[in-house]
Design a protein around this ligand. Structure first.
Ligand code: ZN
Length: 165
């Protein structure tokens, strides 16, 4: 398999617009297998295309009920509010406790190109919002409350090795 290193903040690919997937072929199945492997090895519960440098609308996930992949997904409904400690493989070793809607419903396509819907609250709701944010060029830092974000950004700037940006 190709080596897919996980891209970390501030890699510009995390901010790059993604394009829809139109071919539901063996190449896509292979990409999904590779993404799951990278995700499990990390380890993480979700991984979106941009996190391995692929600006396509795809993410894989497994919150304990088995792996799944969503293609060209969008959030169609959210409700409630849930405070949770959330992290991201692209901002390694950091977690922040903040609120997002508790429930989310997402529609998209499965790996064969058939319409599929995933919905849930708490961890599932959080995961759907987090992964679909990645496909829209948003990362966890963008969702933090203002003050928390300010602190996080200055902290991340401070740990960046000197001479590199
Ligand atoms: Zn993430």
């Amino acid at each position: 398999m190709p080596i897919y290193p996980i891209r970390v903040f501030p890699d510009p690919v995390l901010r790059t617009a993604t394009t829809p997937i139109t071919e539901f072929d063996s190449e896509l199945s292979r990409l999904i297998d590779d993404m799951l492997e990278v995700m499990y090895e990390a380890p993480g519960v979700g991984l979106a295309g941009p996190q391995i440098g692929i600006s396509k609308q795809i993410f894989v996930a497994d919150i304990g009920d088995g792996p799944f992949a969503m293609i060209n997904p969008e959030i169609v409904e959210t409700s409630g509010k849930w405070k949770f400690e959330e992290g991201c493989l692209s901002v390694p070793g950091r977690w922040w406790e903040f609120s997002r809607p508790a429930f989310a419903r997402a529609r998209g396509l499965d790996p064969k190109g058939k319409p599929v819907e995933y919905a849930g609250d708490e961890l599932m709701g959080r995961l759907l919002q987090h992964e679909i944010d990645h496909l829209n060029g948003l990362i966890i830092l963008d969702r933090l409350p203002k003050r928390m974000r300010k602190e996080a950004l200055s902290e991340l700037r401070d740990v960046r090795p000197p001479g590199r940006s």
